[in-house]
Design a binder for this molecule. Structure first.
Ligand code: ZN
Length: 83
């Protein structure tokens, strides 16, 4: 029954090999995902901060309620002076 033992050994080796390949692929996928996710988060945070800043510098005209940039001295819609 030597052929049976050899067959079992080959099957076990194949099973272990598949397990190792599966484990490494999962591990590499997790590492790759973590590495890809890391530079994404600060970029999203930065854009959100930019958006907040953009919202702050926007001002609503008290005369015509037109939203314009705070850096402008007067409203570009009606020419009303900045309060
Ligand atoms: Zn205006």
């Amino acid at each position: 029954m030597d052929w049976f033992a050899d067959g079992m050994l080959i099957m076990m080796m194949a099973f272990i090999g598949i397990f190792i390949v599966f484990f490494f692929s999962v591990a590499f996928y997790a590492v790759f995902k973590a590495l890809r996710k890391m530079p994404m988060e600060p970029a999203t945070k930065k854009s959100t901060e930019k958006e907040i800043i953009r919202q702050i510098i926007k001002v609503r005209c008290p005369y015509c309620s037109h939203v314009y940039d705070e850096t402008l001295d007067a409203c570009p819609h009606c020419g009303g002076k900045h309060p």
